[in-house]
Design a protein around this ligand. Structure first.
Ligand code: NDP
Ligand code: HSE
Length: 439
């Protein structure tokens, strides 16, 4: 066994992921040491309340009230940031870097919003900032794209990258359960963010997509350019109608290279039921990546939860342990491409994005109404793939009409929807969900 001194870790955060990280490091200590070439030891840790009982054995770990005492400690080599949110996480990470310490974090919000600044600081200081746990929990998607697919031009990727939303959509479709109840369950299981609106509004998935797109295409992190729609507007009837037409609804993050720029979008999406990714259920995540050489590749695994996420944190710690003695210039670049080789490919405006659509509207149950709707779609050059009129709603003279369209620019669809909503024969807003065949 190695005679090298253990890597000394300071742990910020003792919650779901922090506790899991302690448990995995303890349980697998011997295997981890064999892989890393030296032991990895958590020396000290912090949380808001250091007296709270924890789901982890804290024996031998010094608990400190002040997180800055950890990042400033000369006895710590690596800081693991598992607090979440922007501040004080950002200040702590930057201070750790300034002190020459390597950092491991699971904080996708921090990387998506401040990663450019953090990686520049880390590059200047010659330290690593590792963030595998920030995207898709236990799935090694960062390492796969950054290293294993380094020979490919990535064409597009599409991922179910929020476990909480997938958990909710699965329960709505398989058990017909209420949104609110299932969200509470996902929170109790430790899947949801501290503010669960980040999950259900699509923001957490957009943070992760921002990171994936940078690594896929060699572009700076650009969270504000992502088109984001969450799952709050997906109703149980949409889930049911989509299923009747052969589609499952998933919250997808999509990044696609097009001749005009890069599409970055997160939204509920109808996917044909025969696609593998359409059958990823519960808290499981999956990312489908298409490289020009490797072709399509699907990575599947637990997208949230204590130990799956800890698995990624610990893998990053092993990487840090392995490279502690290597030349900084020869390390794997943070965003896969060399820092001076990032390119400025434009991100497409939402109106320029092309996708298929599912439309649901309530139309008066009388002749000629469907003709008016289809005429508007035709005038906007929108081709219809399927159209179906459902049973009339109880005590009402309107019928739900479902239309599936072929791919069309979002601007044309927005114009068509505005015209359809203005028809006297159509009542209320048109529900619009995007649809991807992912072929
Ligand atoms: P938790 O809320 O369970 O844990 C957060 C921890 O940070 C708690 O121990 C909390 O202390 C501590 N903390 C919060 N604020 C401060 C502060 N100002 N100073 C010191 N400590 C603080 O979060 P998770 O473990 O779920 O998430 C941690 C990170 O991992 C987040 O960035 C999250 O997005 C990310 N992540 C989470 C996943 C999951 O499945 N949960 C999966 C992938 C990533 P106290 O316990 O005393 O309140
Ligand atoms: N809240 C996140 C999710 C945690 O549900 O996917 C994992 O990043």
């Amino acid at each position: 066994m190695s005679q090298l001194a253990p890597v000394r870790v300071g742990l910020l955060g003792l919650g779901t992921v922090g506790g899991g990280t302690i448990n995995v490091l303890r349980r697998n200590a011997a295997e981890i040491t064999r892989r890393a070439g030296r032991a990895i030891a958590i020396r000290c840790a912090t949380a808001r309340s250091i007296d709270k009982p924890r789901r982890a054995d804290l024996g031998g770990i010094k608990l400190l009230k002040d997180p800055f005492a950890i990042v400033n400690s000369p006895d710590i080599d690596v800081v693991v940031e598992l607090i979440g949110g922007i501040e004080p996480a950002r200040a702590l990470v930057l201070q750790a870097i300034a002190n020459g310490k390597h950092v491991v974090t699971a904080n996708k919000a921090l990387i998506a919003l401040h990663g450019n600044e953090i990686f520049a600081a880390a590059h200047a200081a010659g330290v690593i900032v590792a963030f595998e746990a920030a995207v898709a929990g236990g799935i090694p998607i960062i390492k796969t794209m950054r290293e294993a697919l380094a020979g490919n031009t990535i064409e597009w990727l599409a991922g179910i990258i929020n476990g909480t939303c997938n958990y909710i959509l699965t329960a709505m479709s398989t058990a017909g359960r209420e949104f609110g109840d299932v969200l509470k369950e996902a929170q109790a299981l430790g899947y949801a963010e501290a503010d669960p609106s980040f999950d259900i509004e699509g923001i957490d998935a957009a943070h992760k997509l921002t990171i994936l797109a940078s690594i896929a295409f060699g572009i700076p992190l650009q969270f504000p350019r992502v088109l984001v729609e969450g799952i709050t507007q997906v109703s149980r009837e949409d889930v049911r109608y989509a299923a009747q037409l052969g589609y499952h609804i998933k919250l997808l993050g999509i990044a696609r290279r097009t001749p005009d720029g890069i599409e970055l979008r997160v939204h509920p999406t109808l996917i044909p039921e025969q696609r593998l990714i359409a059958n990823v259920n519960g808290v499981m995540n999956a990312v489908l990546v298409r490289g020009d050489a490797a072709g399509p590749m699907l990575l599947y695994g637990a997208g949230a939860g204590s130990e799956p996420t800890a698995s990624a944190v610990v893998a990053d710690l092993v990487d840090v342990a392995r490279v502690l003695t290597s030349d900084p210039e020869n390390r794997v670049p943070h965003l896969a491409f060399q820092p001076d080789a990032l390119t400025d490919v434009p991100i497409l405006e939402p109106g320029a994005i092309e996708t298929g659509y599912y439309l649901r509207m309530h139309a008066l149950d009388k002749p000629g109404v469907l003709a008016e709707v289809t005429r508007i779609l035709a005038e906007q050059q929108i081709s219809i793939e399927a159209i179906s009129q459902r049973e009339p709603l109880a005590d009402e003279d309107v019928v739900p009409v479902i239309i599936i369209t072929q791919r069309i620019r979002e601007a044309a669809m927005n114009a068509a929807i505005a015209r359809i909503e203005a028809l006297p024969s159509v009542s209320g807003p048109v529900t619009r969900l995007r649809l991807e065949h992912l072929e």
